[in-house]
Design a protein around this ligand. Structure first.
Ligand code: AMP
Ligand code: MG
Length: 531
């Protein structure tokens, strides 16, 4: 069916460069299939019953040249819910593969994501606009192509929160409630139920993933792989020149560095992606695909938010740096048909660990209020902190945030620990207390030798250690409110998340430790992939 074409609320130019430059699927009917030799399949969103705009990201809209306050929310909901198009939109789903939980899974592709087009700014900057939950595509593999409100709201909130935290990420422009019900077995326990459906419009320069290359490399489709590399180098790495073994190795090195910086940020803010399959890693080092993600509350490197990940905890917080390196090695293998120089690929891959170590060290130094990272002295202090944080349940976000208030002078032990009290889930006692006392004394000495004035130190720490992060239990509370029709609950929370480093009176409810009731409640501590 053809969708109606509406006049956009501003002068926008939409392009379909991906379709123009890359081979596609000639089949236009929508049924699940393998699509060898193609990078995309044309597919229109499937219209929904009654699209209503629940959230609109004004600052992103401004970057896109769109109105910051929607003049006609229903007209926007029509386009961003999948019922209409703007001139120049030529919707498609991308073909990619991936390693899921460490195993090659073959062709995956956009099973419920549909790109509407690339919005081109007068500066030449490009933004891919992609609907998630917009209906079936050739890559849906028997699933419904839809998304539920709870998971769409979580994606909208977290993309925007991550951006404001300074973490490289894809963005979210809109959240539209569809008016259709979606059936999900939330706990995978044989109890499917109807839930409200929704569509998020995600935005990024490109949603290309490692998996777009892997599907071509693993199937030895060298011709299409070269075309995808031609496109990627020209569009996203133009300074590296046209496709050649050396430019592709240089690109790999850049992807490694960008991924290292992204993961170092995750470790800085306590974010756990939850499903770091290779199809969920962006070629630009942007956090992409917010599904069973979570935020560390009690500091526990072995914590994974994803119930599907429980047996192996492959995607646990503390494993993320290693897993990203593993994923990049799979990406490098996919490039072999073009590069065929294993030592060169290995050298490029080594830049991942190097960049991660440097960046992580620099972030830790900022978090702890040191002028710079001194590997010789600081590594041991970081390791001891990691162990001390596990001596008694302590909230990661609140610990770092309140560390700035701990006096570094000659004060009694009680005064040292008092500012950290709000971070502990149980009162500190015995051996744990003693460990903390010792670590804080060492930290104080390092700070005094550190070269920053107190004011400068506190400023650095408060710019690196956020106060408001999208805690799992807050998401769950806000979802319940929005499902009941209270959209204001989402708007107020987003206000806090828009300035996560600035403590503001009246927002205490967004900064508290996880309450006891949320400890083992589904959606507050663990999530299934059901979305
Ligand atoms: P994910 O683990 O969310 O990255 O998804 C892996 C693959 O499953 C991707 O190809 C998704 O597009 C696809 N997928 C997930 N949920 C659905 C759904 N409800 N309908 C169709 N495809 C889906
Ligand atoms: Mg995915």
């Amino acid at each position: 069916m053809t969708l109606p074409v509406l006049t956009p609320p501003a002068d926008v130019r939409l392009d379909a460069r991906f379709l123009r430059e890359l081979p596609g699927d000639p089949e236009l009917r929508v049924f699940s299939r393998q699509v060898p030799g193609a990078c995309w399949s044309r597919v229109a969103p499937t219209p929904v019953a009654d699209p209503k705009l629940l959230a609109w990201s004004s600052d992103l809209a401004a970057d896109l040249g769109l109105p910051t306050t929607p003049p006609d929310p229903d007209a926007l909901a029509a386009v961003f819910g999948g019922n209409a198009l703007w001139p120049g939109m030529d919707p498609y789903a991308a073909r990619y593969g991936g390693h899921q939980f460490g195993h090659w899974a073959g062709q995956l592709g956009d099973g419920r994501a549909i790109t509407l087009g690339e919005l081109v700014r007068p500066t030449g900057e490009r933004f891919e606009l992609q609907l998630k939950g917009a209906g079936r595509t050739p890559y849906s593999r028997g699933a419904d192509g839809r998304a539920v409100l709870r998971s769409s709201l979580r994606e909208f909130v977290c993309s925007e929160a991550m951006h404001h935290l300074g973490v490289p990420t894809t963005r979210a422009l809109s959240l539209v409630r569809t008016g259709d019900a979606v059936v999900r077995d939330m706990f995978y326990d044989g109890n499917p139920a109807e839930e409200p459906g929704a569509v998020v419009c995600r935005v990024a320069p490109t949603f290309l993933r490692l998996g777009n290359f892997e599907i071509l490399g693993r199937t030895r489709d060298e011709r299409t792989l070269v075309r995808l590399l031609d496109h990627t180098l020209a569009a996203w790495f133009p300074h590296l020149g046209p496709t050649s073994p050396s430019s592709v190795v240089a690109m790999l090195e850049q992807v490694c560095r960008a991924t290292a910086v992204m993961v170092a940020h995750w470790m800085r803010v306590g974010f756990v992606h939850g499903v770091m399959n290779t199809d969920n890693l962006s070629i630009l080092g942007l956090t992409v695909d917010y599904v069973p993600y979570g935020w560390l509350e009690p500091y526990e490197p072995g914590w994974t938010p994803n119930t599907t990940d429980l047996p192996g905890r492959r995607y646990a917080f503390g494993n993320q740096p290693r897993v990203a390196g593993w994923n990049l090695a799979r990406f490098a293998e996919a490039l072999l048909p073009v590069v065929n120089d294993v030592p060169a690929l290995e050298r490029a891959l080594a830049s991942y660990a190097r960049t991660f170590d440097e960046t992580h060290g620099a972030f830790m130094a900022d978090k702890l209020g040191f002028e710079r990272f001194c590997p010789g002295v600081d590594r041991a202090l970081f390791t001891d902190l990691d162990e001390t944080l596990q001596a008694a349940p302590v909230d990661m976000t609140l610990f770092y945030r309140h560390l700035a208030d701990v006096p570094v002078g000659d004060v009694p032990d009680e005064a040292l620990l008092a500012p950290l009290e709000p971070a502990f889930y149980q009162p500190l006692r015995g051996e744990a207390w003693e460990r903390w006392r010792q670590w804080l004394r060492r930290w104080g000495e390092r700070v005094r030798d550190g070269g920053l004035s107190d004011a400068a130190r506190v400023r650095t720490m408060n710019k690196t250690n956020p106060l408001y992060v999208p805690r799992n239990y807050l998401a769950s509370t806000v979802i319940e409110q929005v499902e009941r029709g209270d959209v204001g609950a989402l708007t107020s929370w987003m206000e806090a998340l828009r300035a996560p480093y600035d403590a503001r009176p009246g927002l205490e409810r967004y900064a508290g430790r996880r309450p006891e009731w949320a400890r083992n409640r589904a959606g507050c501590s663990m999530l299934s992939c059901s979305s």
